[in-house]
Structures are given as structure tokens and as C-alpha cells.
Design a protein around this ligand. Structure first.
Ligand SMILES: NC(=O)c1ccc[n+]([C@@H]2O[C@H](COP(=O)([O-])OP(=O)(O)OC[C@H]3O[C@@H](n4cnc5c(N)ncnc54)[C@H](O)[C@@H]3O)[C@@H](O)[C@H]2O)c1
Ligand SMILES: [Zn+2]
Length: 359
């Protein structure tokens, strides 16, 4: 099923998506309770966010709350929050009474361009991420960049790498526009006089129209890929650009680096591997690293304190256990240049050899 994506610079329009009365239940991240005013006519269930709460126990408690509130098989469950809230809301709704409708109002950059789109819903099992889940599409996703105003620095920047990843894959022009935009925001943030000003506030106020365009295009590229390849048999794999090494970095740093920062470093490693294989366009890994740095993202191991001790050899070793390994080969997404990315089945030994030679 295809979800409808609504992109609005402001919250006008959200009301139109909600029936005046009826069977609607809203799950909101505890930190975003002030948004409850936009859903006045419906029961609100507060979810205490955090990766450690993305667990089956909380699916049970959300389902109990839905049951108590009277949600039946025709209910619509709206998840309001970052990727944690949208993932657990989607999962709960997709199994509650064998599946009810759900929709999202994503409130982090990462959730607006990535997590809320594509229908992957799930929770963690102990410390293993997204082990339990479903693929089931939301009815609609309402994306409002104005909501990002309150996002702190790390939470905002966590989404930038995914934006740039999408544009590397599909849109050179938007890549350049986004790098310029996020570099300017990074500079403004650095030079801000009032230290209480949030990253999100600067990003939203810099040029809301362009930010809305960046987020909107990115969300639509992802949803287009998902429509063509919902179950990740081919094209959807491209969205894993930078993720093979990112997951390895995340594993070794045990939560000390955000997924977005790890993806940033992972994309540069992938570009360097493309270069070592003689595939990358001249100077592309260096350009990419420079662009990411200008957006205040780490580009190389060591540029984020949590990665100071890591070696390429260690990271490559751990990849053998990655879920995308098929026998002795791995699907590796190689960025050769902008709009020039290839999904190649590479022998693991080759990745290990190349990694040993890389810094
Ligand atoms: N389903 C998918 O396809 C997919 C894709 C990528 C990531 N994810 C998942 O997304 C999760 C990460 O999502 P996230 O980075 O959005 O994390 P998150 O939901 O934990 O949000 C990050 C923090 O920001 C706060 N927050 C959210 N919106 C805010 C706002 N507007 N203003 C101020 N604070 C706000 C939250 O309370 C939280 O403390 C991970 O669990 C990951 O597995 C899923
Ligand atoms: Zn990601």
C-alpha cells in the first residue's frame, strides 16, 4: 500500500487529516507533550522515548492503553515523535488486533526524511536493534519542518547525513544545495550569540522554504524507492549507502556515537573503497569528506571522539557478521560520484584487504 506524504512548512493542514470525531488515538513522545494541543479531540497516550524503551514490554503497555481507551479494529493510531516513537507506534498498530491503520507526524530530521517513510516498523530485543518488526505502510505521513525548531544540535545533525546520502544517490543539484544550506546553518550556530538558541531554530529560520524543499525531496525519493522495492530485493538496498561500516562503528562504540555521525564516516569509507577498487571518480572521497565536514559532521575515524581508538581492520572484521552477508560475498554500496552509486557483490576478503590498507 502506498502512503500519502504531506509536506507543510507549518502545522496548518494537520487538522484536515484528522476526522472531526472518532476512532483516533495519538501516541506522543513524552518530550513533545506540548504538541497534544493539535490533537485535542482524541485520547493521548504518552510514550517515554529513548532507544532503551523501544522494547516489546512497551508495545504491550501501549496496546493495553489502546485497549483501555477503546481502540477497535477500525482505529487510526497516530505516532508523534522521532524515529523511536514512529517505529514503535507502527509496530504496535501493525499487530494490534491483527493490524489497524496508523499514521505519523515525525518530529526529528531523521524521522522526517527516513524513519517515518518506508513502512519498516519495529522494536529492539535486548541490545539488538530492530530484531522484531513488520513491514507495513502508514496511511499518511505529515512532515512539518517547523517542528524541528526545538531540536538540539546532535539530534538535528543526526539527520543531515541521511539527507546527503539520499541526494548522493538521486540528485546532484539538491546535494549541492543541501551541503551549502547545512554549512551555513553550522556556521550560524557556531557564531550564535545566545547560547540557548537551538540548532533547529537556526536551521528553520535560515530559509524555511529551502529547508522544506530539501526535506520534501528527500522524503519523496525514499518513498519512491520503497514503492518500487518495498521488500529490499534490489533498489532499496542503495539506501544502505554508508550503513555497512556505520553499523560496525556503532557496534564498537556502544551508543557513544549517533547513527547519523556513523553514517557520515561510513559513506566516506565506502567512497574510499570505491577508489581503492579503481571505481570512484577522481577526488570524490576527498570532496565528500570536505562537504560533510563543512556541515559539521565527522568524515574520518578519529574526527568523532568515540571513534579515536577504532581501526579499519577491526571494523571490516565485524562486517562479516552483518546481516547483508551472503556466503563469502557482501552487498556493498559503492559511491563512485554524485548520482553514480553501484550495488556490488564484493568478496569479504577483498573488503578486509582494502580496509587493511586504508586509514
Ligand atoms: N523505520 C525506519 O526505516 C528507520 C530508519 C532510520 C532510523 N530508524 C530508527 O529511528 C530511531 C532514531 O530516531 P530519532 O533519531 O528520531 O530518535 P528519537 O525518536 O529518540 O528522537 C531523538 C530525541 O529527540 C527528541 N525529540 C524528538 N523530536 C523533537 C523535537 N521536535 N524537538 C526537541 N526534541 C525532540 C526525542 O524526545 C529524543 O530525545 C532509531 O531507533 C532507528 O532504529 C528507523
Ligand atoms: Zn540510517
Amino acid at each position: 500500500m502506498k502512503s500519502t506524504i504531506h509536506i507543510n512548512g507549518n502545522l496548518n493542514g494537520l487538522q484536515d487529516l484528522q476526522p472531526a470525531t472518532g476512532n483516533v488515538y495519538v501516541i506522543i513522545d513524552k518530550n513533545l507533550q506540548h504538541l497534544a494541543v493539535h490533537f485535542k479531540q482524541f485520547p493521548i497516550i504518552i510514550f517515554e522515548g529513548g532507544e532503551n524503551n523501544k522494547l516489546l514490554e512497551n508495545v504491550s503497555s501501549l496496546a493495553s492503553s489502546l485497549l483501555e481507551a477503546g481502540a477497535d479494529r477500525d482505529a487510526l493510531i497516530i505516532g508523534v515523535g522521532g524515529g523511536i516513537t514512529t517505529d514503535i507506534t507502527g509496530f504496535t498498530a501493525s499487530i494490534y488486533k491483527r493490524g489497524v491503520k496508523f499514521a505519523f507526524v515525525p518530529t526529528t530530521l531523521l524521522a522526517q526524511v527516513d524513519a517515518s517513510i518506508g513502512g519498516k516498523n519495529g522494536v529492539n530485543l535486548h541490545s539488538y536493534k530492530n530484531i522484531l518488526g513488520t513491514i507495513s505502510q502508514p496511511e499518511w505521513v505529515f512532515i512539518c519542518p517547523e517542528l524541528l525548531r526545538t531540536l538540539p544540535e546532535d539530534e538535528f545533525k543526526a539527520g543531515i547525513a541521511e539527507v546527503l546520502k539520499t541526494f548522493i544517490l538521486f540528485d546532484k543539484q539538491m546535494y549541492t544545495a543541501a551541503v551549502e544550506y547545512f554549512s551555513q546553518v553550522a556556521q550560524k550556530y557556531c557564531n550564535r550569540e545566545d547560547k540557548n538558541t537551538t540548532y533547529g531554530e537556526i536551521a528553520v529560520e535560515h530559509n524555511l522554504e529551502l529547508l522544506t524543499q530539501i526535506i520534501g525531496k528527500c522524503a519523496r525519493y525514499k518513498s519512491g524507492v520503497v514503492e518500487r522495492d518495498e521488500f529490499e530485493k534490489g533498489e532499496r538496498r542503495l539506501l544502505n549507502l554508508g550503513h555497512t561500516f556505520a553499523h560496525s562503528i556503532e557496534k564498537f562504540t556502544q551508543g557513544k556515537i549517533s547513527h547519523g555521525y556513523a553514517v557520515s564516516i561510513g559513506m566516506v569509507i565506502a567512497a574510499k573503497i570505491a577508489q581503492a577498487m579503481g571505481l570512484a571518480q577522481h577526488g570524490f572521497p576527498e570532496k565528500l569528506a570536505q562537504d560533510l565536514r563543512s556541515c559539521a559532521l565527522p568524515a574520518l575515524l578519529g574526527e568523532h571522539p568515540a571513534t579515536a581508538h577504532l581501526t579499519m581492520g577491526e571494523l571490516a572484521g565485524a562486517i562479516t557478521k552483518d546481516k547483508k552477508v551472503h556466503g563469502s560475498n557482501i552487498h556493498f554500496i559503492l559511491p563512485k560520484g554524485l548520482e553514480d552509486v553501484e550495488d556490488i557483490l564484493v568478496p569479504i576478503t577483498e573488503i578486509n584487504n582494502i580496509a587493511d590498507d586504508l586509514r
